[in-house]
Design a protein around this ligand. Structure first.
Ligand SMILES: Cc1cc2nc3c(=O)[nH]c(=O)nc-3n(C[C@H](O)[C@H](O)[C@H](O)COP(=O)(O)OP(=O)(O)OC[C@H]3O[C@@H](n4cnc5c(N)ncnc54)[C@H](O)[C@@H]3O)c2cc1C
Length: 430
């Protein structure tokens, strides 16, 4: 009888595990089902460029139904796992819960923002982990420029033109750098705003930014950002944000319409509710083959799992690790179905790029340090070749090509948050 493999999560782990199975399984050997809330996989390293409008949002994602041929796709959320009965429960967009029976279950649910108990943060802040957040932030920043240019009220202008990012890891630095680059680029179209009125602040609790690259590269990034007038506060924490009034631990107080919280992630909260073993950080505890401890047929990888690495530690939560884990996991599932032994995950990180805006980046590849336009070009070449399918590669290259001579687009599509506004207004005038 054909075996049933259920993959919960259609991100890096889900997509690459399913692609591996698609390639390796014999006809009729297993039925594979992928469950994900959206029918696309988000290519997260490209999100900062979605936020700056350099990339069209649809070009930075991979449509799951189009690439996963022969794999069943269910749009929904995993809500529970009955490990005794081998049943995964899934909530679809509408209708009753589905019970998916499995012989093998893969958990690749990724991560969510890790919030601190900062008063006002949950009400005023926004994260930077999803496509929706990246698209929203672009329109939000452009809307702030419109607000500031239409008013003479100094307080309103100051508040609109103050953009604060908390967290100096690569997500925070890239998001801030790309958005600031966009705002500076489009400012020529806002003669009412003096560029010196814009305030971009990066708040970092540690005494350095970008802890995943070497210190001198982080310094180069600091110099680049500082040179652009970005106010970097090291060794500083956000203490409160009630009503948009930000209090920092260095005593500074100011108002800001934009507060982006990028100070860490944690595994999806559901992971802790599944009744499966987790480590002290809430990640699923797995052996080196990525099988969840104490189970025979549940596997986990990526940001929601503590996958042991060769050095005796745990793999970092990066896309490059998630892809390699998924490929090994796919092999292990095939091995398990065929009664062979699963093999341990082995991979050593190759480096990292951090975009700092158009023509600017820092990077470290196989120990070689790069910065400026060379790092920027190398980063682009890397991602263009890594994103799955030629279709996406060509769309991404097309966006980059068009962006070269034309710069950033200033169109603010924030009105899509109230798509029924005009219709409701018309209804009010019947
Ligand atoms: C802005 C940003 C930039 C990044 N840049 C880089 C970079 O330059 N280099 C790098 O190596 N890494 C980078 N990363 C990290 C990298 O994206 C992650 O490590 C990687 O996405 C982890 O893969 P994953 O499959 O574990 O999770 P994800 O890719 O996040 O996928 C998890 C999937 O599970 C889905 N899901 C969640 N809950 C449920 C549920 N209940 N049921 C079903 N599905 C569910 C989610 O919707 C998502 O589709 C970046 C991350 C971000 C946010």
């Amino acid at each position: 009888m054909s075996q049933r493999i259920v993959i919960a999560g259609g991100g890096y782990v889900g997509l690459y595990t399913a692609l591996k199975l698609q390639h390796r399984l014999r006809r009729g050997e297993a039925e594979v089902t992928v469950v994900n809330p959206e029918n696309f996989m988000v290519y997260r390293p490209l999100l900062p460029e979605v936020a700056s409008g350099t990339l069209e949002p649809r070009h930075a994602v991979v449509p799951l139904r189009a690439v996963l041929k022969g794999t069943r796709f269910v749009a929904g959320r995993l809500t529970g796992v009955d490990a005794e009965r081998n049943v995964a429960t899934v909530a679809p967009y509408a209708g009753p819960e589905l019970n998916l029976e499995y012989d093998e279950l893969v958990l690749g649910l990724g991560a969510m923002a890790k919030l601190m108990p900062v008063p006002g943060l949950a009400e005023c802040g926004i994260g930077f982990n999803s496509l929706a957040e990246a698209v929203y932030l672009r329109d939000h920043v452009l809307r702030r420029l419109e607000i500031a240019s239409a008013t003479a009220d100094p307080e309103l202008r100051r508040r609109a033109l103050t953009f604060v990012f908390v967290g100096g890891g690569y997500t925070g630095v890239e998001a801030l750098a790309e958005l600031q680059d966009m705002a500076v680029d489009v400012l020529a179209g806002y003669p009412e705003i003096d560029p010196a009125e814009m305030r971009w602040v990066l708040v970092e609790a540690l005494d350095r930014i970008l802890t995943t690259v070497s210190e001198d590269l982080a310094e180069r990034a600091m110099t680049e950002l500082g040179g652009r007038g970005i106010d970097i506060r090291l060794g500083t924490q956000l203490e409160s944000a009630e009503g948009g009034e930000l209090h920092l631990s260095d005593g500074t107080k100011f108002q800001a319409d934009t507060l982006v919280w990028v100070a860490g992630t944690r595994p999806q909260a559901l992971i802790g509710e599944l009744g499966l073993p987790t480590d002290e950080r809430g990640r699923l505890a797995v052996d080196p083959t990525m099988r969840v401890h104490g189970t025979r047929n549940i596997w986990a990888a990526g940001d929601c799992a503590a996958v042991p690495d060769e050095g005796g530690g745990v793999s970092p939560p990066t896309a490059q690790h998630a892809v390699r884990q998924a490929e090994q996991l796919g092999e292990n599932l095939v091995a398990d179905l065929r009664g062979r032994q699963a093999l341990p995950f082995r991979y050593r990180g190759r480096g990292e790029f951090v975009t700092l805006g158009k023509n600017k980046a820092v990077g470290e590849v196989f120990g070689r340090k790069l910065d400026g336009s060379l790092a920027w070009a190398a980063r682009r070449a890397y991602y263009a070749t890594q994103i799955p399918t030629w279709n996406r590669t060509i769309r991404v290259l097309g966006d980059w090509l068009v962006g070269m001579p034309y710069g950033h687009d200033v169109v603010d599509l924030g009105s899509r948050e109230q798509p029924r506004g005009a219709f409701e207004e018309a209804a009010g005038h019947r």
